[in-house]
Design a protein around this ligand. Structure first.
Ligand SMILES: Nc1nc2c(ncn2[C@@H]2O[C@@H]3COP(=O)(O)O[C@H]4[C@@H](O)[C@H](n5cnc6c(=O)[nH]c(N)nc65)O[C@@H]4COP(=O)(O)O[C@H]3[C@H]2O)c(=O)[nH]1
Length: 571
């Protein structure tokens, strides 16, 4: 997406740049126009990072890339790093808060359940009883059963006459509760009038029963909440009104200083319908709340990661770019050589043809394997140029030997070559000029390439109609093996070295090989085993498919043109 935006920006910039350039020629140049020109040029240059831009010189592009890699890129990595760390920090805090909240909420649920069952039980037991010593003794006994209740009282018509400590004389008026839930439970917080003697406590009432909540219970709960930096609120479910709160939310350094609102994370659990909800809230810190040393360590790590990523990308790009640039130059100067590896009849060892293999020796990079530069050439759209160079060189260097001994030469091509009518014409013309018969030229197309598209099929048919042969290369490495076998658009099939390597082994590939042998015996095409290195492989191939051909170090390594001519002559 940024690449796409940049491409569009780049295109517009280049257009504007040309307009500005033309204006510069006719106007006396004001300073601001020079500034605009410089900015547009920079933008066009950056856009060329995302596509092959032929207008910019390689060196300029590389300089722009370097500037980008060591300015914008590390900053982007730094920002991403900080975002990821912030996000991770937040997730971690949520986990910790969730764990503490679950413990507290479970405790609150236990307490609520105890009050609920006490109110039900005691209301049934003590409705309309008078405050006799026996009643007081029974209340005392009942009190022992409850962990969170400190005192039980009995009231008649709003007057508390009896408690588990004894008769209340004179009876005390039970005040109107501060909150009444839908199921008729009344709550009073910090009530100091009922027990007298300067004791303030939370009171719960329903029917004739008055329960005095143990202050220790609330104290323990508050301490728990404070320790975890949380805030516990009792909320009325229907109205959402907060009726009791313990603990406070900690202040955040930067946010509060700047007066920004902080993100409060909350978990709520409600009792049976119409009762109370308990909410646990916490402020989620972010990296700005870290102590100064933590912030410094984090920023340094982020910058370090950004720079490390820049360096890695720089070295990777430098290697790629330099190889890319040098390959372009090598193609322009046709700075390659060819070697020819003989292909032989397996049973007799007689040479029947050669495969032309490209070699590139760069003054800086040394010998670069075709396995490296051919895929690079394919990615950068230079592979077709290579095919033309190889075709021209091979036919010029080896046609005399081919004609003299009626041999063929195999040339590696890519699907784009087969699709390209101009290449087919070019090849026909060359073959004509050097006086070869088209059947002495084999075009190898790798099975890994997704070559089964319609236009490739058409190209293959055209080539075969003109007398050229088509070989399916590296058979066994792709995923369209069977479809290739059943198509009739080729003349030879080259079995990849990894299948040949399975000969005489106990591997899974050996099973593939044995199944393949059954299929290959039925096929009326030339079969070439690649990478034949050992005598037992030769014996196996000769026994299983006597008509098969072989190519490999057991017979010959790739040879230069002079050696290739002399081995055929000496045979
Ligand atoms: N270990 C071992 N290796 C053996 C043996 N016999 C042959 N080889 C190597 O196996 C490769 C066979 O070529 P390929 O399958 O077409 O695979 C080729 C082909 O896909 C590509 N390539 C080479 N030349 C060209 C070219 O001119 N054009 C294109 N498009 N691709 C080429 O590069 C690949 C590698 O080429 P090379 O490095 O020349 O490697 C060659 C050859 O040197 C053996 O007994 N043992």
């Amino acid at each position: 997406m940024p690449g796409g935006v940049c491409l569009i920006c780049g295109k517009i910039s280049k257009k504007l740049l040309s307009v500005v350039k033309s204006q510069l020629r006719v106007l006396t140049t004001p300073g601001w126009l020079l500034g605009v020109k410089a900015s547009l040029f920079r933008c066009a240059l950056i856009s060329s990072l995302f596509k092959g831009d032929t207008d910019m010189s390689e060196a300029r592009k590389w300089r722009a890339k370097k500037r980008f890699l060591f300015s914008v890129f590390p900053l982007c990595v730094f920002v991403v790093f900080m975002c990821v760390v912030s996000w991770g920090y937040r997730v971690l805090q949520q986990r910790v808060i969730d764990n503490s909240a679950v413990i507290i909420l479970n405790r609150v649920s236990e307490v609520a359940e105890e009050f609920r069952s006490a109110l039900n039980h005691l209301n049934n037991k003590y409705s309309d009883v008078s405050c006799t010593p026996d009643t007081v003794r029974q209340l005392k006994n009942d009190l022992w059963k409850y962990e969170f209740i400190r005192e039980i009282g009995i009231s008649h018509h709003g007057l508390m006459t009896c408690t588990s400590s004894g008769a209340v004389l004179p009876p005390v008026q039970v005040p109107v509760p501060q909150v009444v839930t839908q199921i008729g439970t009344g709550l009073m917080f910090n009530n100091a009038s009922l027990l007298g003697k300067g004791i303030a406590t939370d009171v719960i009432t329903r029917g004739d029963i008055v329960l005095f909540v143990s202050p220790m219970m609330m104290e323990t709960m508050d301490r728990n909440v404070r320790e975890h930096g949380l805030m516990l609120s009792l909320v009325q479910e229907e109205t959402g009104k907060v009726i009791r709160q313990s603990g406070t939310l900690p202040v955040g350094r930067l946010y509060d200083r700047l007066g920004l609102k902080r993100h409060v994370y909350g978990i709520e659990r409600c009792g049976p319908k119409g009762s109370m909800c308990v909410r646990i809230s916490a402020v989620l810190n972010d990296v700005t709340d870290l102590p100064a040393w933590g912030l410094v360590a984090l920023v340094s790590t982020g910058l370090g990661v950004g720079l490390a990523a820049s360096y890695l990308l720089f070295f990777y790009r430098r290697r790629r770019v330099s190889m890319d640039v040098r390959l372009k130059r090598a193609i322009r100067n046709e700075n390659f050589s060819l070697v020819y590896q003989p292909i032989v009849r397996t049973i007799t060892g007689e040479i029947v043809g050669f495969e032309a293999l490209i070699r590139w020796r760069d003054s800086l990079l040394g010998d670069v394997s075709p396995d490296i530069f051919i895929p690079l050439a394919e990615q950068t759209g230079q592979a077709q140029a290579i095919t033309r160079i190889v075709t021209k060189m091979a036919l010029r260097e080896i046609s005399e030997t081919l004609k003299k001994h009626n041999l063929f030469v195999s040339i590696n091509v890519i699907p784009d070559d087969i699709r390209d009518v101009t290449f087919i014409d070019y090849l026909s013309e060359l073959v004509n000029v050097v006086g070869l018969s088209p059947h002495q030229v084999v075009l190898e197309i790798t099975e890994r390439a997704n070559a089964s598209t319609e236009d490739v099929d058409v190209g293959m048919r055209v080539l075969r109609n003109r007398g050229f042969n088509i070989a399916i290369d590296d058979f066994g490495t792709g995923y369209s093996n069977i479809s290739w076998l059943t198509s009739n658009n080729y003349d030879k099939i080259k079995i990849d070295k990894f299948i040949t390597d399975a000969i005489g082994t106990d591997s899974i590939n050996n099973k593939t090989l044995m199944n393949l042998i059954v299929l290959l015996r039925e096929i009326e095409k030339d079969i070439v085993f690649e990478g034949v290195e050992h005598l037992y492989q030769v014996h196996f191939i000769s026994r299983e498919i006597p008509k098969a051909f072989s190519q490999g170090w057991y017979f010959y390594r790739p040879l230069d043109k002079t050696m290739a001519a002399s081995v055929v002559a000496s045979h």
